[in-house]
Ligand binder design. Structure first.
Ligand SMILES: Cc1ncc(COP(=O)(O)O)c(C=O)c1O
Length: 434
């Protein structure tokens, strides 16, 4: 499929028209792929085929046997997508989404609230709040462009003197799209006796991930992602990690399917991954992720990166050329996904996003994108000011607009988006964005 540039043909639903405020219908432009993504056709058909065979995972009977086998095999297929094999000692645990996966890790990996975990100020709330509850969390600050600095990570680890047990970091930011050097961070973490957890929610559909790294002690220990951000929106996500660690720790969710025996006063857990999947699994969700990995592998990450880079550059250049647009972060940074936060001087981010939808059927995100500490740093808004907005609920708090690209987006869509932003900006005066 390398030469196939008609990526739109791979997707369902993206050509369904929406009604604009004026009453006419247009094919919408979805630039909100960092939030969630539409399904691949191959995902839908694989889910449908498996739906016809649907039965209970972990039970007997014809359909149940089929589902149990397909579900267990799918774990290895997921490992393969990350260039791992079961022989590498990793296991695949299915969860609902990245949020649940990170909550699972925070609960399972931390033995007590004194355990030190190094997090960053770049994280989505999903990779921040669970650690605040389960551990003694420390943070690496970002620089003035919102980037994570390896020296700062190293410094924090050195200060920890071997007491930091885990480093948890996003693979790519959902606000700026910056791609973090996860293998370099892994090496630093390992040098200081810590393990690394990577939130791959944004990375998974846009960059190849080699969990083993280069073999020089830079492997990723745990990785989490959601199917709905990789064109498989069927309610499943994944945690990948060292099986022997999960085998030694207590599970997060407790209930049926996770135990070999329950005595009056004792519980005998199964081994991981079953031990970590109490309750009836989302079989069709798991199948959807496997189907998405198959398509992404067929298209190939070289083609994906090349297509998305072209769109990102066009979008960045176009936005930078509109005088009233404020871009956040470093537009010259090459190692960045197609996730671009901005504001338009003279109009609130909320109103601007609504106008884009009303006038041209453009979906973007507005606000702080569930990464408030990071977004606040990019906008140079301190906690004191944020507190003021919190107390005065009639005020619109600081925020931005985020445009984010997927595989099926086109240059024509980028141009149409830029025209709409330019139109909105044309007659404005003033500088307020909230
Ligand atoms: C970097 C990052 N981490 C975690 C999440 C949470 O993902 P989910 O809502 O699928 O649990 C998101 C969602 O936007 C994200 O972008």
């Amino acid at each position: 499929m390398k030469e196939n540039k008609d990526y739109r043909a791979l997707f369902n639903g993206i050509e369904v028209p929406v009604q604009l405020a004026a009453g006419n219908y247009v094919i919408p432009i979805n630039f909100d792929n960092a939030a969630t993504t539409p399904p691949l056709k191959q995902v839908d058909s694989f889910v449908y085929d498996n739906m016809l065979m649907y039965g209970s995972v972990g039970r007997g009977g014809h359909k149940s046997s089929y589902c149990t086998r397909a579900y267990e095999i799918s774990r290895d297929e997921i490992l393969d997508f990350f260039h791992l094999s079961p022989r590498d000692g990793y296991t695949t645990i299915y969860v609902k989404n990245t949020t649940e996966g990170l909550n699972l890790l925070a609960r399972v990996l931390c033995d007590c609230k004194m355990d030190k975990v190094l997090c960053t100020r770049m994280e989505h709330h999903a990779n921040d709040l669970p650690w605040r509850m389960s551990s003694n969390v420390l943070y690496v600050e970002v620089d003035e462009k919102g980037k994570l600095n390896l020296d700062a990570v190293s410094e924090r680890l050195t200060e920890g003197q071997g007491t930091i047990r885990y480093v948890t970091v996003t693979g790519a930011s959902n606000v700026t799209g910056y791609v973090n050097p996860i293998h370099e961070i892994a090496k630093l973490a390992h040098r200081h006796e810590a393990m690394i957890i990577v939130d791959a929610a944004q990375l998974v559909a846009h960059r190849p991930i080699y969990m083993k790294g280069t073999g020089k002690d830079d492997a990723i220990d745990f990785l989490v992602f959601s199917g709905h951000k990789m064109y498989a929106p069927f309610g499943s996500g994944v945690v990948i990690g060292h099986k022997e660690v999960f085998d030694k720790k207590n599970p997060y969710l407790l209930g049926g399917g996770a135990v070999t025996a329950v005595l009056d006063d004792d519980i005998y857990w199964k081994e991981a991954p079953q031990k970590n999947e109490a309750g009836t699994p989302n079989f069709l969700g798991a199948m959807s992720i496997v189907a998405a990995t198959t398509v992404l592998k067929e298209v190939g990450f070289n083609a994906i990166v090349s297509h998305e880079e072209k769109l990102k550059d066009r979008l960045n250049r176009g936005l930078a050329a509109i005088s009233k647009v404020i871009l956040y972060g470093d537009s010259n940074e090459r190692n960045r996904l197609g996730v671009i936060p901005f504001n338009i001087r003279g109009i609130s981010y909320e109103q601007a996003a609504k106008l884009m939808m009303d006038r041209r059927g453009i979906a973007v995100r507005s606000g702080c994108f569930c990464a408030q500490p990071y977004a606040a740093r990019l906008m140079r808004v301190g906690d004191k000011e944020r507190y003021h907005y919190m107390l005065n609920t009639q005020l619109l708090p600081p925020g931005m607009i985020r445009a984010s690209i997927g595989l099926y987006n086109t240059e024509k869509e980028v141009d149409s988006f830029l025209n709409t932003v330019e139109d909105i900006a044309a007659k404005l005066s003033g500088s307020r964005c909230w």
